[in-house]
Design a protein around this ligand. Structure first.
Ligand SMILES: NC(=O)c1ccc[n+]([C@@H]2O[C@H](COP(=O)([O-])OP(=O)(O)OC[C@H]3O[C@@H](n4cnc5c(N)ncnc54)[C@H](O)[C@@H]3O)[C@@H](O)[C@H]2O)c1
Length: 324
């Protein structure tokens, strides 16, 4: 299959491109490098530098590269930044996204898989979260992702076949690619950084109504996540014209911040310095995905999403990167 991956030089995008290329697909990456890294762009893929919001560039790329399906991973995705600059998030994630959809229509490409997020739900009424649960995002980031999901659904009237994948907490690394955000807001890379530098990692609250007082989150190994994308792209080929599907991608279980901290200390063989800070606004006590729908629709099962494997692979990747 000939696939365009927006954001293919980012964390999730690079691992997914690696899996796609290894499976024999012909991949074109479209990345503006705003938070991506040139060295993360798979050498076996063709790299086009630019924005998915540049309609002319996208349409030309779709036609020239004879693209059959698009994987839309590119986005602004920092919750804090989305609250200090909502306009940026609406311009990039929503307006840019509409330009992307218009380019697809113009080029006659009717298959798209989208990197959505658990942030579309906001504070859950119950866990595990199901795709049919209310979506009431509590930050601009989640709101813009939900808005784009809606746009894809209504572009179904033009025949678009779309799948939104609502990721929970992505973790771990492949052989070649790993997580490299700046600023880094995710727990596991921040714990690894604390282990490396000796500077304590801040944990946000230990007075939650959970067994050990710290929040519980659902972590999914980035390779399990990437494999779901391969299946999702296959699904778009056989879906009826106009279909829009939404699936959660998590492991279906949760770990508390303290459990992750302990597992990280064990995985790397040294205790990790931390400092306890206050709760962060909008952080619910528990966020765990119900994943039966992804199992049913895609025939997908997460296989690597245990803490030692996720943390160990991330640490190994950081060590390898440090050596190069
Ligand atoms: N990492 C997670 O835990 C997580 C969780 C839920 C959802 N997501 C979503 O998954 C996707 C990938 O996340 P990530 O962690 O790999 O982030 P990332 O920042 O590492 O990757 C995003 C990539 O998109 C590119 N990009 C941004 N705006 C662009 C534009 N206008 N045109 C072209 N390229 C653009 C960036 O340069 C970067 O390479 C995002 O859509 C994010 O919202 C990630």
């Amino acid at each position: 299959m000939r696939i365009l991956v927006t954001g293919g030089a980012g964390y999730v995008g690079s691992v997914t491109v690696e899996r796609l290329v290894d499976a024999g697909h012909e991949v074109t990456i479209l990345d503006s490098m705003v938070t991506g890294h040139r060295q993360a762009a798979e050498p076996l893929a063709t790299l086009v530098e630019g924005s998915f919001g540049d309609r002319t560039l996208v349409e030309r790329t779709l036609v020239d590269r004879r693209i059959e399906a698009v994987l839309h991973c590119g986005a602004r995705s920092l919750v804090g930044q989305s609250m200090s600059d909502p306009a940026l998030y609406y311009h990039e994630n929503v307006i840019g996204g509409i330009h992307l959809l218009d380019a697809l229509l113009a080029a006659g490409v009717d298959r798209i898989v989208f990197s959505s997020t658990a942030a579309t739900y906001g504070e859950p009424e119950r866990v595990p979260l199901r795709e049919s649960d209310p979506t009431r995002p509590v930050n601009t980031y989640g709101a813009t992702k939900l808005a784009f999901e809606g746009a894809m659904r209504w572009y179904g009237i033009h025949g678009l076949r779309s799948m939104s994948l609502r990721y929970f907490n992505v973790a771990g690394a492949s052989e070649r690619h790993g997580e490299d955000h700046d600023p880094e807001t995710h727990l596991i890379p921040n714990l690894l950084k604390a282990a490396r530098t000796g500077q304590p990692a801040t944990l946000f609250g230990d007075d939650y109504p959970t067994p050990d007082g710290t929040p519980i989150r659902d972590y999914i190994h980035v390779i399990d996540l990437a494999d779901a994308h391969l299946l999702a792209l296959g699904w778009t080929a056989s879906a009826a014209a106009g279909t829009a599907e939404v699936l959660n991608l998590g492991s279906g279980g949760g770990f508390s911040v303290r459990e992750v901290l302990e597992a990280a200390g064990q995985a790397i063989g040294t205790p990790i310095p931390t400092a306890m800070g206050p709760r962060r606004a909008g952080d619910p006590p528990v966020l765990v995905a119900a994943i039966d729908r992804a199992r049913e629709v895609l025939g997908w099962t997460p296989r690597r999403s245990q803490l030692p494997e996720m943390i160990g692979s991330a640490w190994a990747w950081e060590q390898r990167r440090g050596e190069t």
